[in-house]
Write a protein that binds this ligand. Sequence first.
Ligand SMILES: [Zn+2]
Length: 352
Amino acid sequence: MKRVISVRDLEEMQHNGQDVRTLPDDVILTPSARDFLRDFETNGKSHVNGAKANAISDGKSTAPAKPLNSKSSKAELEAFFNSPYCHSIKEQICEMGRRLWQRAYVDGNGGNMAVRVGEDIAICTPTLVSKGFMKPEDMCLVDFEGNQLCGAKKRTSEILMHLQIMKRQPKAVATCHCHPPYSTGFAVAGIEPPTCMVPEYEVFASVAIAPYRTPGTPEMGQLVADLVDKHNVILMANHGVVAWSHNNIEDAYFKMEILEAYCRTILVASQLGKPVGTMTPAQLQDLLKIKQSLGIPDPRHGLKECELCDNAEWRPGVTCQVPAKESPAIGFDSEAEAAVQAITDQIMSRLK
Ligand SMILES: [Zn+2]
Protein backbone atom coordinates (compact mmCIF):
# COMPACT_ATOMS: atom_id res chain seq x y z
CA MET A 1 0.00 0.00 0.00
CA LYS A 2 1.33 3.46 -0.93
CA ARG A 3 2.20 5.77 1.97
CA VAL A 4 0.48 9.18 2.16
CA ILE A 5 2.77 12.07 3.12
CA SER A 6 1.22 15.20 4.63
CA VAL A 7 2.74 18.57 5.56
CA ARG A 8 2.89 17.34 9.14
CA ASP A 9 5.12 14.42 8.06
CA LEU A 10 7.42 16.79 6.13
CA GLU A 11 7.64 19.18 9.09
CA GLU A 12 8.51 16.27 11.33
CA MET A 13 11.24 15.16 8.90
CA GLN A 14 12.72 18.68 8.98
CA HIS A 15 12.46 18.77 12.74
CA ASN A 16 14.46 15.52 12.90
CA GLY A 17 17.10 16.96 10.58
CA GLN A 18 16.09 14.79 7.58
CA ASP A 19 16.15 16.08 4.00
CA VAL A 20 12.56 16.32 2.71
CA ARG A 21 13.79 15.76 -0.86
CA THR A 22 14.80 12.19 -0.07
CA LEU A 23 11.27 10.79 -0.20
CA PRO A 24 10.76 7.52 -2.09
CA ASP A 25 9.06 7.84 -5.53
CA ASP A 26 6.01 5.75 -4.74
CA VAL A 27 4.47 7.91 -1.98
CA ILE A 28 1.22 9.87 -2.35
CA LEU A 29 1.63 13.56 -1.48
CA THR A 30 -1.30 15.56 -0.12
CA PRO A 31 -1.90 18.81 -2.10
CA SER A 32 -0.39 20.93 0.71
CA ALA A 33 2.59 18.60 1.01
CA ARG A 34 3.20 19.14 -2.71
CA ASP A 35 3.09 22.94 -2.15
CA PHE A 36 5.47 22.57 0.77
CA LEU A 37 8.02 20.76 -1.42
CA ARG A 38 7.57 23.28 -4.26
CA ASP A 39 8.24 26.16 -1.85
CA PHE A 40 11.20 24.29 -0.47
CA GLU A 41 12.67 23.84 -3.95
CA THR A 42 12.19 27.50 -4.96
CA ASN A 43 12.99 29.29 -1.69
CA GLY A 44 15.04 26.69 0.13
CA LYS A 45 12.77 27.19 3.10
CA SER A 46 9.67 25.53 4.40
CA HIS A 47 6.19 26.58 3.47
CA VAL A 48 4.26 27.92 6.46
CA ASN A 49 0.98 26.16 7.05
CA GLY A 50 -1.62 28.92 6.61
CA ALA A 51 -4.16 27.53 9.03
CA LYS A 52 -1.62 27.03 11.79
CA ALA A 53 -0.09 30.45 11.22
CA ASN A 54 -3.56 31.94 11.51
CA ALA A 55 -4.23 30.14 14.79
CA ILE A 56 -0.93 31.01 16.39
CA SER A 57 -0.77 34.47 14.82
CA ASP A 58 2.10 36.79 15.63
CA GLY A 59 4.09 35.27 18.46
CA LYS A 60 2.88 37.65 21.16
CA SER A 61 -0.41 35.74 21.13
CA THR A 62 0.75 32.17 21.80
CA ALA A 63 -1.21 29.96 24.20
CA PRO A 64 -0.28 30.27 27.88
CA ALA A 65 2.30 27.76 29.14
CA LYS A 66 -0.05 26.59 31.88
CA PRO A 67 -3.58 26.19 30.47
CA LEU A 68 -6.34 27.52 32.71
CA ASN A 69 -9.54 25.69 33.62
CA SER A 70 -12.93 26.50 35.10
CA LYS A 71 -11.51 26.22 38.64
CA SER A 72 -8.88 28.94 38.04
CA SER A 73 -9.42 32.12 40.05
CA LYS A 74 -11.70 34.86 38.72
CA ALA A 75 -8.70 37.22 38.45
CA GLU A 76 -6.66 34.66 36.49
CA LEU A 77 -9.55 34.00 34.13
CA GLU A 78 -10.17 37.74 33.57
CA ALA A 79 -6.46 38.36 32.84
CA PHE A 80 -6.40 35.40 30.47
CA PHE A 81 -9.62 36.48 28.73
CA ASN A 82 -8.07 39.94 28.13
CA SER A 83 -4.68 38.57 27.01
CA PRO A 84 -3.29 39.03 23.45
CA TYR A 85 -3.79 35.26 22.93
CA CYS A 86 -7.53 35.43 23.63
CA HIS A 87 -7.80 38.67 21.68
CA SER A 88 -6.44 37.00 18.56
CA ILE A 89 -8.97 34.17 18.95
CA LYS A 90 -11.79 36.69 19.39
CA GLU A 91 -10.65 38.47 16.20
CA GLN A 92 -10.62 35.20 14.29
CA ILE A 93 -14.17 34.44 15.43
CA CYS A 94 -15.32 37.94 14.30
CA GLU A 95 -13.66 37.40 10.92
CA MET A 96 -15.39 34.02 10.46
CA GLY A 97 -18.68 35.68 11.47
CA ARG A 98 -18.22 38.25 8.69
CA ARG A 99 -17.59 35.49 6.17
CA LEU A 100 -20.64 33.53 7.35
CA TRP A 101 -22.84 36.60 6.98
CA GLN A 102 -21.39 37.66 3.62
CA ARG A 103 -22.02 34.19 2.21
CA ALA A 104 -25.60 34.21 3.63
CA TYR A 105 -24.91 31.19 5.81
CA VAL A 106 -26.55 33.02 8.75
CA ASP A 107 -29.80 34.95 9.07
CA GLY A 108 -30.97 37.38 11.76
CA ASN A 109 -28.97 36.61 14.88
CA GLY A 110 -28.58 32.95 13.88
CA GLY A 111 -25.40 30.89 13.95
CA ASN A 112 -22.76 30.59 16.66
CA MET A 113 -19.14 29.55 17.18
CA ALA A 114 -16.86 28.38 19.99
CA VAL A 115 -13.12 27.82 20.45
CA ARG A 116 -11.63 25.67 23.22
CA VAL A 117 -9.01 27.70 25.12
CA GLY A 118 -8.27 25.46 28.11
CA GLU A 119 -9.05 22.13 29.69
CA ASP A 120 -12.77 22.87 30.17
CA ILE A 121 -13.24 26.48 29.05
CA ALA A 122 -14.16 28.00 25.68
CA ILE A 123 -14.59 31.41 24.07
CA CYS A 124 -17.93 31.69 22.25
CA THR A 125 -20.13 34.14 20.37
CA PRO A 126 -22.82 36.19 22.16
CA THR A 127 -26.57 35.80 21.74
CA LEU A 128 -28.72 38.36 19.89
CA VAL A 129 -25.93 39.75 17.70
CA SER A 130 -25.66 39.32 13.93
CA LYS A 131 -22.61 37.19 13.20
CA GLY A 132 -21.62 39.63 10.46
CA PHE A 133 -21.11 42.55 12.86
CA MET A 134 -19.47 41.20 16.01
CA LYS A 135 -16.61 42.92 17.82
CA PRO A 136 -13.91 41.16 19.91
CA GLU A 137 -15.38 42.73 23.08
CA ASP A 138 -18.72 40.97 22.39
CA MET A 139 -17.21 37.52 23.02
CA CYS A 140 -17.87 35.38 26.11
CA LEU A 141 -15.87 32.86 28.15
CA VAL A 142 -17.79 29.81 29.40
CA ASP A 143 -17.03 26.62 31.28
CA PHE A 144 -17.99 23.24 29.80
CA GLU A 145 -21.35 23.28 31.60
CA GLY A 146 -22.27 26.50 29.81
CA ASN A 147 -21.80 28.83 32.82
CA GLN A 148 -20.54 32.24 31.77
CA LEU A 149 -17.17 33.14 33.34
CA CYS A 150 -16.25 36.39 31.53
CA GLY A 151 -17.63 38.83 28.97
CA ALA A 152 -20.21 41.63 29.13
CA LYS A 153 -22.65 40.15 26.60
CA LYS A 154 -24.65 36.99 27.30
CA ARG A 155 -23.35 33.82 25.68
CA THR A 156 -25.18 32.11 22.77
CA SER A 157 -28.24 30.06 23.74
CA GLU A 158 -26.92 27.15 21.65
CA ILE A 159 -23.61 26.83 23.54
CA LEU A 160 -24.48 23.43 25.06
CA MET A 161 -24.26 21.75 21.67
CA HIS A 162 -20.74 23.15 21.07
CA LEU A 163 -19.60 22.10 24.54
CA GLN A 164 -21.10 18.62 24.21
CA ILE A 165 -19.15 18.20 20.97
CA MET A 166 -15.91 19.29 22.71
CA LYS A 167 -16.56 17.02 25.70
CA ARG A 168 -17.26 14.00 23.51
CA GLN A 169 -14.56 14.66 20.91
CA PRO A 170 -11.27 15.59 22.64
CA LYS A 171 -9.78 16.59 19.27
CA ALA A 172 -12.44 19.28 18.70
CA VAL A 173 -10.68 22.65 19.11
CA ALA A 174 -13.30 24.80 17.37
CA THR A 175 -16.98 24.51 16.41
CA CYS A 176 -19.06 26.49 13.93
CA HIS A 177 -22.85 26.39 13.55
CA CYS A 178 -24.89 28.16 10.86
CA HIS A 179 -27.81 27.76 8.45
CA PRO A 180 -26.41 27.65 4.88
CA PRO A 181 -29.47 27.29 2.61
CA TYR A 182 -28.43 24.42 0.34
CA SER A 183 -27.01 22.25 3.12
CA THR A 184 -29.95 23.14 5.37
CA GLY A 185 -32.23 22.10 2.48
CA PHE A 186 -30.73 18.61 2.70
CA ALA A 187 -31.17 18.71 6.49
CA VAL A 188 -34.84 19.69 6.09
CA ALA A 189 -35.42 16.92 3.56
CA GLY A 190 -33.57 14.48 5.83
CA ILE A 191 -31.20 13.52 3.01
CA GLU A 192 -27.51 12.92 3.61
CA PRO A 193 -25.61 14.37 0.63
CA PRO A 194 -24.51 11.47 -1.59
CA THR A 195 -20.80 10.65 -1.75
CA CYS A 196 -18.19 9.67 -4.37
CA MET A 197 -18.67 12.75 -6.56
CA VAL A 198 -16.26 15.59 -5.58
CA PRO A 199 -12.79 15.03 -4.06
CA GLU A 200 -12.74 18.09 -1.78
CA TYR A 201 -15.91 16.94 -0.05
CA GLU A 202 -14.61 13.39 0.41
CA VAL A 203 -11.33 14.54 1.96
CA PHE A 204 -12.50 17.29 4.29
CA ALA A 205 -16.04 16.42 5.36
CA SER A 206 -17.64 13.40 7.05
CA VAL A 207 -21.35 14.15 7.22
CA ALA A 208 -24.19 12.63 9.26
CA ILE A 209 -27.73 13.76 10.15
CA ALA A 210 -29.00 14.25 13.72
CA PRO A 211 -32.77 14.16 14.35
CA TYR A 212 -34.63 17.39 15.20
CA ARG A 213 -34.87 18.67 18.76
CA THR A 214 -35.47 22.20 20.04
CA PRO A 215 -32.26 24.23 19.42
CA GLY A 216 -30.25 24.92 22.57
CA THR A 217 -31.62 21.97 24.57
CA PRO A 218 -29.31 19.34 26.09
CA GLU A 219 -31.18 16.69 24.03
CA MET A 220 -30.14 18.40 20.80
CA GLY A 221 -26.51 18.60 21.92
CA GLN A 222 -26.60 14.95 22.96
CA LEU A 223 -27.84 13.76 19.55
CA VAL A 224 -25.10 15.77 17.79
CA ALA A 225 -22.41 14.60 20.23
CA ASP A 226 -23.38 10.98 19.57
CA LEU A 227 -22.12 11.43 15.98
CA VAL A 228 -18.85 13.35 16.40
CA ASP A 229 -16.67 10.32 16.97
CA LYS A 230 -16.74 9.47 13.26
CA HIS A 231 -18.14 12.66 11.67
CA ASN A 232 -16.95 16.28 11.64
CA VAL A 233 -20.02 17.86 10.01
CA ILE A 234 -23.51 17.23 11.40
CA LEU A 235 -26.68 18.22 9.57
CA MET A 236 -29.33 18.99 12.18
CA ALA A 237 -32.72 17.98 10.77
CA ASN A 238 -35.03 20.96 10.12
CA HIS A 239 -32.44 23.38 11.49
CA GLY A 240 -28.89 23.79 10.09
CA VAL A 241 -25.33 22.50 10.26
CA VAL A 242 -22.57 22.28 12.86
CA ALA A 243 -18.91 21.43 12.10
CA TRP A 244 -15.90 20.86 14.35
CA SER A 245 -12.20 21.13 13.59
CA HIS A 246 -9.08 19.76 15.23
CA ASN A 247 -7.15 22.81 13.93
CA ASN A 248 -8.89 26.16 14.43
CA ILE A 249 -12.08 28.13 13.83
CA GLU A 250 -11.20 28.97 10.22
CA ASP A 251 -10.90 25.28 9.47
CA ALA A 252 -14.32 24.63 11.07
CA TYR A 253 -15.71 27.45 8.88
CA PHE A 254 -14.04 25.91 5.78
CA LYS A 255 -16.12 22.77 6.36
CA MET A 256 -19.21 24.95 5.86
CA GLU A 257 -17.91 26.36 2.57
CA ILE A 258 -17.02 22.88 1.34
CA LEU A 259 -20.38 21.36 2.34
CA GLU A 260 -22.44 24.25 0.98
CA ALA A 261 -20.57 24.36 -2.37
CA TYR A 262 -21.01 20.60 -2.63
CA CYS A 263 -24.76 20.68 -1.93
CA ARG A 264 -25.19 23.44 -4.55
CA THR A 265 -23.13 21.53 -7.09
CA ILE A 266 -25.00 18.27 -6.77
CA LEU A 267 -28.32 20.10 -6.87
CA VAL A 268 -27.24 21.68 -10.18
CA ALA A 269 -26.04 18.29 -11.43
CA SER A 270 -29.43 16.83 -10.54
CA GLN A 271 -31.15 19.36 -12.85
CA LEU A 272 -29.16 18.42 -15.94
CA GLY A 273 -31.28 15.41 -16.84
CA LYS A 274 -28.48 12.85 -16.79
CA PRO A 275 -27.39 10.48 -14.03
CA VAL A 276 -24.20 11.95 -12.57
CA GLY A 277 -20.76 10.35 -12.81
CA THR A 278 -19.14 9.00 -9.67
CA MET A 279 -15.57 8.09 -8.80
CA THR A 280 -14.54 4.45 -8.55
CA PRO A 281 -13.99 2.76 -5.18
CA ALA A 282 -10.22 2.71 -5.88
CA GLN A 283 -10.25 6.46 -6.56
CA LEU A 284 -12.21 7.04 -3.35
CA GLN A 285 -9.79 4.85 -1.42
CA ASP A 286 -6.91 7.18 -2.44
CA LEU A 287 -8.85 10.19 -1.11
CA LEU A 288 -9.65 8.40 2.15
CA LYS A 289 -5.94 7.70 2.65
CA ILE A 290 -5.27 11.44 2.40
CA LYS A 291 -8.16 12.08 4.79
CA GLN A 292 -6.79 9.67 7.35
CA SER A 293 -3.30 11.19 7.11
CA LEU A 294 -4.82 14.62 7.85
CA GLY A 295 -6.37 13.25 11.05
CA ILE A 296 -9.95 13.67 9.79
CA PRO A 297 -12.38 10.96 10.96
CA ASP A 298 -14.60 9.01 8.57
CA PRO A 299 -16.74 5.93 9.20
CA ARG A 300 -15.35 4.48 5.95
CA HIS A 301 -11.72 4.34 7.17
CA GLY A 302 -10.69 0.69 7.09
CA LEU A 303 -13.47 -0.45 4.74
CA LYS A 304 -12.57 -2.65 1.79
CA GLU A 305 -12.58 -1.07 -1.67
CA CYS A 306 -15.62 -3.10 -2.72
CA GLU A 307 -17.60 -1.68 0.21
CA LEU A 308 -16.99 1.94 -0.83
CA CYS A 309 -19.51 3.80 -2.98
CA ASP A 310 -21.62 0.64 -2.89
CA ASN A 311 -24.63 1.98 -1.08
CA ALA A 312 -28.24 2.89 -1.62
CA GLU A 313 -27.85 6.64 -1.16
CA TRP A 314 -29.99 9.15 -2.99
CA ARG A 315 -28.32 10.03 -6.28
CA PRO A 316 -28.89 13.31 -8.12
CA GLY A 317 -30.66 12.69 -11.41
CA VAL A 318 -32.37 9.61 -10.13
CA THR A 319 -35.29 11.48 -8.62
CA CYS A 320 -35.95 13.13 -12.01
CA GLN A 321 -36.42 9.74 -13.61
CA VAL A 322 -39.26 8.44 -11.50
CA PRO A 323 -42.08 7.83 -14.06
CA ALA A 324 -45.31 9.74 -13.53
CA LYS A 325 -48.16 7.68 -12.09
CA GLU A 326 -50.71 6.71 -14.76
CA SER A 327 -53.62 5.97 -12.46
CA PRO A 328 -55.75 8.87 -11.15
CA ALA A 329 -55.03 10.28 -7.72
CA ILE A 330 -55.75 7.92 -4.85
CA GLY A 331 -59.11 8.57 -3.15
CA PHE A 332 -60.70 10.03 -6.30
CA ASP A 333 -63.95 8.12 -6.02
CA SER A 334 -66.95 7.89 -8.34
CA GLU A 335 -69.04 10.18 -6.11
CA ALA A 336 -66.54 13.02 -6.52
CA GLU A 337 -66.32 12.29 -10.24
CA ALA A 338 -70.15 12.59 -10.50
CA ALA A 339 -70.07 15.93 -8.60
CA VAL A 340 -67.41 17.33 -10.92
CA GLN A 341 -69.41 16.19 -13.93
CA ALA A 342 -72.57 17.89 -12.56
CA ILE A 343 -70.73 21.22 -12.03
CA THR A 344 -69.16 21.00 -15.49
CA ASP A 345 -72.58 20.37 -17.04
CA GLN A 346 -74.05 23.40 -15.18
CA ILE A 347 -71.28 25.69 -16.41
CA MET A 348 -71.57 24.40 -19.94
CA SER A 349 -75.34 24.92 -20.00
CA ARG A 350 -74.89 28.55 -18.77
CA LEU A 351 -72.43 29.20 -21.57
CA LYS A 352 -74.86 28.02 -24.23
ZN1 LIG B 1 -29.19 27.40 14.73
